[in-house]
Ligand binder design. Structure first.
Ligand code: ADP
Ligand code: MG
Length: 231
């Protein structure tokens, strides 16, 4: 237990440190952006206008990455509202429909009854579900033998909790990955940030909930978010 507390301390410190570094990098980027804008007419005169465009768009990309990182590392208290789980799930499916089409996988929505409600920060909870669905889509497309990826999204009441599940028939995980998937910056992907699940876990914990995972290599993975039922 002591070791876990120690690790959590280190992680919190690392999070704070990286957030302040990200913040500090923004200032020079803003200055660079401004000066490139000023140089733009001169570059145009030299016939090098496209260089300015590339520099500006790359600076904007760097800013976007920092923005995303900062917004995900800031532990904001949830702004809760009572919402039917079915409405939440439907919106998330709508948001991922085009990505699902592109990756050639099917999302099956098992909408619960409209009277099953949760008290959540809708923006944050959508972010959690989007993270999980994107992971599922990636797991499905990374699978060696893909014979049609399927993602099941749904929810049900279980005693005093609401359980939202995201299951896929993707590549699954080995035990080594299972042990680390919630660690900040842990990723097995070439272009992954490794932030999705650590941020999701914190959001769910802030809601008084938990996340559990079951997975089988080459078979698939299932995430379950348990949230307290509003009485
Ligand atoms: P990222 O997606 O940027 O890698 P995440 O925190 O979202 O970061 O996920 C961490 C790691 O957990 C992934 O790199 C992957 O190895 C594993 N993972 C998460 N979801 C799944 C899934 N549905 N199927 C297989 N592996 C998964
Ligand atoms: Mg992810």
């Amino acid at each position: 237990i002591e070791q876990t507390a120690y690790q959590n301390d280190n992680l919190a410190m690392l999070g704070k440190l990286s957030a302040s570094i990200a913040h500090e990098i923004r200032n020079p980027l803003t200055a660079i952006r401004g000066f490139i804008q000023l140089l733009r007419p001169h570059l145009q005169g030299l016939g090098k206008e496209e260089y300015a465009k590339i520099i500006l768009s790359e600076i904007d990309r760097a800013n976007d990455i920092i923005h995303e990182f900062l917004s995900s590392s800031k532990p904001t208290p949830p702004q809760v509202a009572i919402i039917p789980v079915s409405a939440l799930l439907k919106e998330v499916v709508l948001l991922t429909e085009s990505e699902a089409l592109m990756t050639g996988c099917q999302i099956n929505l098992h909408a619960p009854h409209a009277d099953l409600t949760v008290s959540v920060d809708v923006k944050q909870m959508k972010q959690v579900l989007l993270n999980m669905i994107r992971n599922a889509m990636e797991a499905v497309s990374d699978k060696e033998s893909h014979t049609g990826g399927r993602i099941e999204l749904g929810a049900r009441r279980d005693g005093t909790s609401v359980r939202i599940f995201v299951s896929d028939n993707g590549k699954g995980m080995d035990s080594c990955t299972m042990d680390r998937l919630f660690n900040p910056f842990f990723t097995t992907k070439d272009t992954g940030t490794g932030l999705g699940l650590s941020v999701s876990e914190r959001i769910v914990k802030n809601h008084g909930g938990t996340i559990s995972v079951t997975s089988q290599l080459n078979e698939g993975t299932s995430f379950v978010i348990s949230l307290p039922l509003i009485q």
